[in-house]
Design a protein around this ligand. Structure first.
Ligand code: KIV
Ligand code: NA
Length: 278
C-alpha cells in the first residue's frame, strides 16, 4: 500500500469520500493507526499537552517535533504524515520558515507540514509550496494563539469573525495549501468554508460538513488525556482505565509474589545445580 497523496485528497473531496485523520506521536501509536486504516497521520504539537504534560502547545520546540515525527514515521511507513510547525518556528521570515519546515521533512520524514494562521501567513505558505513543501493550513481556534484568543472558545460566532475566517481559508488556498484544518467553529461556518474551497477541509469541532475529520489519539482512546470530555470528541475506548488496572494488577502480583512463576524463569541443568549450589 502506498501513502495517500495530496492529489488523491483533492479527488476525495470531489467524490465526497471523507478523509480520516488522527494524531500520533511515536512508533506504537502511528503503527496502530496505520494498521487500523487511517488516511493521514498528524504529528500535532498537541503532543505538548497529551505526551509532554504542558498546559498549552506553546512550549513545544522544533526539536520535540522532529523527534516525535521521526518516531511516528518509523511506525507508519505507508501513511501520509503531516507534522506541525510549532509556535514561532514560522512568522519570523521566509528563510527561517523554509529551514524549519525542511527539518520536519528531512529529519522527521514528514510528507507535509501544518501551520496555524490565515491571510497573515499566506506569503510564507506560498514560499514553502514553491520550495516543494506541501502545506496544510489551520484556522479557527488556533491553540498557539490561545492567550491572544482569550481561551479555547468557539470561533467565528460574530459576523466579522466568520467573514474573516472564509477570507483566511481562501487566502491559504490561493497560496497553495493542499488542505485546511478548521478547528472549533460553528457548524454553518464549517460548511461555508468547505463549500468556498476546492481543497479539502479537515474539521475538529467544526460540524458535519467538512471533507475530513481529525481528532487527538489520546482523546478518542481516553488515554490519560488531561482534559475533561470535550463536546466535539467521540471516545472509542477507555485505555486510561484499562492501563491503570493492568499496572495495578502487576503491582499486587509483585507484592504477593504471584509473579514471577516458574514459567517466567530460566532453568539450569540439574547436575550443574547440584554441583554448584549443593
Ligand atoms: O496539534 C494537533 O493535534 C492539531 C489538531 C488537533 C488539528 O493541530
Ligand atoms: Na496543532
Amino acid at each position: 500500500k502506498q501513502p495517500l497523496t495530496i492529489t488523491k485528497m483533492k479527488k476525495m473531496k470531489q467524490s465526497g469520500e471523507p478523509i480520516s485523520v488522527l494524531t500520533a506521536y511515536d512508533y506504537p501509536s502511528a503503527k496502530l493507526a496505520e494498521e487500523a486504516g487511517i488516511d493521514v497521520i498528524l504529528v500535532g504539537d498537541s503532543l505538548g499537552n497529551v505526551v509532554l504534560g504542558y498546559d498549552t502547545t506553546i512550549p513545544v520546540t522544533l526539536d520535540d517535533m522532529v523527534y516525535h515525527t521521526r518516531a511516528a514515521a518509523r511506525g507508519a511507513r505507508q501513511t501520509f504524515i503531516v507534522a506541525d510547525l510549532p509556535f514561532m518556528t514560522y512568522r519570523l521570515g521566509k528563510e527561517t520558515t523554509l529551514r524549519n519546515a525542511a527539518r520536519l521533512m528531512q529529519e522527521g520524514h514528514a510528507h507535509a507540514v501544518k501551520m496555524e494562521g490565515g491571510a497573515d501567513i499566506a506569503e510564507e505558505v506560498a514560499a514553502l509550496v514553491q520550495a516543494g513543501i506541501p502545506v496544510m493550513g489551520h484556522i479557527g481556534l488556533t491553540p498557539q494563539s490561545v492567550h491572544q484568543l482569550g481561551g479555547y472558545k468557539v470561533q467565528g460566532k460574530l459576523e466579522q469573525e466568520a467573514k474573516q475566517l472564509v477570507e483566511d481559508a481562501l487566502a491559504l488556498e490561493a497560496a497553495g495549501a493542499f488542505a485546511i484544518v478548521v478547528e472549533l467553529v460553528t457548524e454553518p461556518l464549517g460548511e461555508a468554508i468547505t463549500s468556498a474551497l476546492k481543497i479539502p477541509t479537515i474539521g475538529i469541532g467544526a460540524g458535519r460538513s467538512c471533507d475530513g475529520q481529525v481528532l487527538v489519539y489520546h482523546d478518542i482512546l481516553q488515554y490519560s488525556s488531561p482534559y475533561r470530555a470535550k463536546r466535539f470528541v467521540k471516545t472509542y475506548a477507555d485505555l486510561g482505565t484499562t492501563v491503570r488496572s493492568a499496572i495495578s494488577a502487576y503491582v499486587s502480583d509483585v507484592k504477593s509474589k504471584a509473579f514471577p512463576q516458574e514459567e517466567h524463569s530460566f532453568p539450569m541443568d540439574q547436575e550443574l545445580v547440584k554441583h554448584l549450589y549443593g
